[in-house]
Design a protein around this ligand. Structure first.
Ligand code: NI
Length: 397
């Protein structure tokens, strides 16, 4: 249960958190450019007397710490970056920067973590926290692997600020869950997100004399079709994987067979074995399918974010605390993982972790714009639930 004094401190902090969120929304910054955002975070922490160190993960990461009784810390993490999207909605706090917007709600995540730090700092003036709390404000979740760089810079090791981190929690606003609810599951929650790049080398010719060519366009078509056999014929039907060719480029003249063609795409899986299998078959299938048409293929498979997997004990702790803090009826179980990626995985690889979903669908509505949609806007009414859960996790012995 959250102490009543902390609950009322949180209620007092929420209006400021909403104003903070809207200010970030008006001034979005993409991965590793979050200079103003980091300044605002440090300013809000300074006001509440929370110690911090900036300049991490390439410059825009911040680590903050509150002291507590135990030798190891509990960590709470927020991602702070925006996306290269032009906002289509028109809230009063609409993005002021064309081509930049908080379309994934990281403005909300940041506001929640800042309000959590401020609330716990105020609470700690009268009560000792059961363990030290580390606050991780990381840049570049959207493809930049800011989480990996925070870990490499020692944010969990006790070398930057505060003691070594023993476990970590994070959240994401969820556009298919109603406001006021939270959800998670033990085990895999998000897929790994890998990418691939293929260059097919053939021989160009006049398009009217294909017999003089080794056509990389035909080979590319064969490769794209063959790649779809990995999921349908190699992966166990009861496991999950995705192979999507998303960028295809070849030639620029109607009557010329070009010498090369390129394909890019993404691959996802929920289990390490399946990931290994997809990577191996990707190379074999690509080279063989290109060879059918006399072409060669440079097939590069580039591993991205690992699978985000919740520690079963930490997922159980979250479930228990959420039911105590919010009431049974506001806690859902996520029955399935999703094939999106999350760089929270880098923390979860190093210490026991739990990542949870925070409901955003407004009361009276049944849906809302999805994450990365140009009309998405984080629901400010979800901030209080996020702060309450983060505080409950921080206070759990
Ligand atoms: Ni996101």
């Amino acid at each position: 249960m959250l102490p009543p004094t902390l609950r009322s401190i949180i209620a007092e902090e929420v209006p400021g958190a909403i104003a903070f969120r809207r200010d970030l929304h008006m001034h979005p910054e993409i991965g590793y450019e979050e200079k103003r955002t980091a300044d605002r975070i440090r300013g809000a922490l300074d006001e509440a007397g929370v110690a911090h160190r900036g300049g991490l993960a390439g410059g825009t990461g911040t680590l903050a710490s509150l002291p507590g009784d135990a030798t190891h810390a509990v960590a709470l993490r927020a991602d702070i970056d925006a996306l290269p999207i032009t906002e289509a909605g028109c809230p009063a706090w609409k993005s002021t920067i064309p081509g930049r917007m908080h379309a994934c709600g990281h403005d909300g995540h940041t506001a929640i973590l800042v309000a959590t730090a401020r609330s716990l700092a105020r609470y700690a003036r009268h009560s000792t926290l059961p363990r030290p709390v580390t606050f991780v404000f990381q840049p570049a979740e959207e493809g930049g692997a800011g989480g990996r760089r925070m870990c490499e810079d020692g944010c969990l090791d006790g070398t930057v600020i505060g003691p070594r981190v023993e476990r970590i929690y994070g959240l994401h606003g969820w556009t298919t869950l109603p406001l006021g609810t939270v959800a998670t599951k033990p085990g895999p929650l998000f897929a790994c997100s890998d990418r691939f790049e293929i260059v097919i080398h053939g021989e160009g010719s006049h398009a009217a004399f294909p017999q003089r060519s080794r056509d990389p366009v035909l080979a590319a078509a064969q490769v794209i079709l063959a790649l779809q056999s990995i999921v349908s014929r190699n992966v166990d039907p009861l496991d999950s994987a995705v192979v999507s060719a998303t960028v295809v480029r070849a030639g620029d003249v109607m009557n010329v067979i070009p010498p090369t063609a390129t394909i890019q795409g993404t691959a996802r899986a929920l289990l390490p074995d399946v990931r290994d299998l997809v990577e191996k078959r990707f190379g074999d299938v690509t080279r063989a399918a290109a060879a059918v048409h006399g072409c060669t293929a440079d097939a590069q498979y580039i591993r991205g974010y690992p699978v985000t997997s919740n520690d079963p004990n930490e997922a159980a702790r979250f479930d228990r605390l959420a039911k105590e803090t919010l009431g049974e009826e506001r806690v859902r179980t996520m029955d399935r993982p999703v094939m999106g990626g999350e760089d929270f995985s880098y923390y979860a690889e190093r210490v026991p972790a739990c990542f949870f979903a925070l409901g955003l669908i407004p009361h009276g509505a049944t849906s809302m714009p999805s994450l990365h949609h140009p009309a998405f806007d984080f629901n400010d009414d979800a901030i209080v639930t996020g702060v309450e859960m983060m505080c409950a996790l921080a206070l759990s012995a």
